[in-house]
Design a protein around this ligand. Sequence first.
Ligand SMILES: [Ca+2]
Length: 302
Amino acid sequence: MAFAAWNGVAKSALEAVLDEAASAVRDKVEIRKALVLKPSLLAVAILLVGWPASAANTLPGWELVWSDEFDGHALDPSKWEFEVNARGGGNNELQYYVTNNVRVRGGLLSIEARREHYTGPEGTREYTSSRIRSRFKGDWTQGRFDIRAQLPKGKGMWPAIWMLPTDERYGGWPNSGEIDIMELLGHEPNKVHGTLHYGDAVKSHASQGASHTLANGNFSDQFHVFRLDWERGAMHWYVDDHLYLTVTNWHTRMGAFPAPFNQRFHLILNLAVGGNWPGNPDSTSVFPQTMEVDYVRVYRKK
Ligand SMILES: [Ca+2]
């Protein structure tokens, strides 16, 4: 993790130099590949420019502890794993989650929802998509989570950036909690939701949440930064640094406050199709749809 942060800083410095000095070279990806292959060139470039005073992903008061800038050509298996299933997420979602609907290129992760007839070990579905998680590869208690993403739209689209408990120390859902950093319902493409789920057993499930609506346009028009600040006794949800939800109380029968949010949680990125909350796609829905993610950055308070 420390290496990932260092690598990001060094690469930013190099890119600045290379953009200036080698503007004639069109393919930056090729430059990056060349640098990875030539450590001596990397050292020379750092000597030339000096160590950067700051980089795009450093923030005052915060230490970057984990990130994925999606600069490679495939999903990084040291950071993410696929969840392959047709179980419907407990919400009667329609998709078969497969590994085929993820692309990493041009610095972006794309998760694509397709209308396609697909048969796997768990049955046949009329839609495919992907769902990835950082479980046992990125797990945190408290921190700041910044995710820059552009979202899909259309009836039945349900992109989500969220967190589940890695160890379920207090029992099954919702006893051990759930943190929804961002959810969007495709028929309301200008509105995102942040929600905290907790409580005791399914029948006494409790939640607190709020939504943020754009003044102009939709979340499919351009990238926005979805951010959660998780402190010991408070959680704060932001869109583009605009605070729209703070939650300071929650409970679980199996532990004292701030349980269940005193355990480690991991990140999940997925694009669901249909289900209880958004409803199913209809004749107005356009496929394929994608959620594109520019970066995921996790910080610890200094
Ligand atoms: Ca990126």
